[in-house]
Design a protein around this ligand. Structure first.
Ligand SMILES: O=C(O)CCC(=O)C(=O)O
Ligand SMILES: [Fe+2]
Length: 356
């Protein structure tokens, strides 16, 4: 697929560019820049991340799955119970309180299934596993992509761990590969439409810890702090986009920022093209309660005290496990579960819910 070049006339929000190779060497200046990106906006570009080839193979798998007849894909649909693994049909989720349906299809592959392959542990075969092309590429493409993405995200989390003053490896304990989690790889297709305003994925914060996103076309927008205008993030060749989700924001007492974002169709020169994107989401193990690690870090404890003094109502103890937090958000964005605007409100994360 030939992607038209990015339009000059569309304003974009700049992100810091972080070099993964420098992070690997624990370069102090690069760590400071990462910290600035993670605490101010919660989004940054990541270059030299070693995942481009595998990401390309994941992109190639996209049409193999999405071109199957809808009836075939629906055999693997994620359902309405709060799970996400498998296929998500376009129109399955709301994009706003008014119940407007989304326009994107997803394939979500559980990190637990990719790592356990040739066994499937989260999706029991045969009838509810994954569409055949995904199974055929599990060994050669999906599992290596998952393993490499986990490596990138865990290095970044390790850096946050140390900056937050947590004991060595503390954040890693929440993300051990052996514990089941909702961590997953996602291939996203948004159908071509000339309406560049039609919301594809509604405004949200990400549910988990860290998202590692590959964009080839425009359409991702962020709502920067203090702004009321959605701003495009320009896709840059060979640069991934990373962002913080709710779990890391809560663990850190809000120091790490889980920022609102959404997806609309590609703009201007790229309009009316199918939009494909790819994400790996690292999320905490299912059993961990999402709460600020106040007793374990002075920095976090001070941040929570300051938030309390500021009266923003956030006490950073959700009382929910990662599994419950994720399940609640998933269930309540499903159109099939919608009763009214309250269902949308119940699907919100740190941007709306007062965590007490
Ligand atoms: O497709 C994109 O650019 C972003 C997707 C996204 O925000 C998500 O799936 O959570
Ligand atoms: Fe997202």
């Amino acid at each position: 697929m030939i992607i038209p070049s990015w339009p000059e006339d569309v304003p974009t929000h700049p992100l810091l560019v972080i070099d993964y190779q420098l992070l690997k060497k624990r370069d102090a200046a690069e760590i400071e820049r990462l910290w600035e990106a993670a605490t101010k906006l919660g989004f940054w570009y990541l270059k030299n991340h070693e995942v481009d080839e595998l990401a390309q193979k994941m992109f190639d798998l996209g049409p193999e799955v999405m071109d199957l007849p809808l009836e075939e894909k629906m055999k693997y649909e994620q359902g309405d119970q709060g799970g996400s693994f498998g296929y998500k049909m376009a129109g399955g989720n709301a994009v706003a309180a008014n119940g407007e349906p989304d326009t994107t299809e997803f394939l979500n592959v559980a990190k637990d299934d990719a790592l356990a392959w040739p066994n499937l542990v989260r999706r029991a075969p045969p009838s509810t596993s994954y569409p055949a092309p995904a199974l055929a590429r599990m060994e050669s493409v999906v599992a290596p992509f998952v393993r490499k993405s986990l490596e990138v995200n865990s290095l970044i989390m390790d850096i946050f761990n140390d900056k937050l003053g947590l004991k060595k490896g503390r954040l890693a304990e929440f993300h051990v590969n052996e514990q089941w989690s909702s961590s997953e790889a996602r291939i996203i297709k948004n159908r071509a439409t000339p309406n560049t305003q039609k919301i594809a994925i509604g405004s949200h914060t990400d549910f988990g810890s860290l998202s590692f996103l590959h964009n080839r076309q425009g359409g991702l927008q962020v709502l920067p702090p203090g702004s009321e205008t959605w701003q495009y993030v320009k896709p840059l060749e060979n640069h991934a986009i990373c962002n913080i989700g709710d779990a890391l924001s809560i663990f850190s007492g809000g120091i790490l920022r889980s920022n609102l974002h959404r997806v609309v169709p590609p703009p201007s020169t790229q309009a009316n093209t199918e939009r494909w994107s790819l994400v790996f989401f690292s999320r905490p193990g299912n059993s961990f309660v999402l709460r600020a690690l106040t007793e374990e870090s002075d920095m976090i404890s001070k941040a929570v005290a300051a938030a309390r003094a500021g009266g923003d109502g956030k006490k950073f103890n959700t009382g929910s496990t990662a599994e419950e937090w994720f399940g609640r958000r998933m269930r309540n964005q499903r159109m099939a579960n919608r009763t009214g605007p309250e269902t949308w409100m119940a699907s919100r994360g740190t941007e709306r819910i007062e965590v007490v």
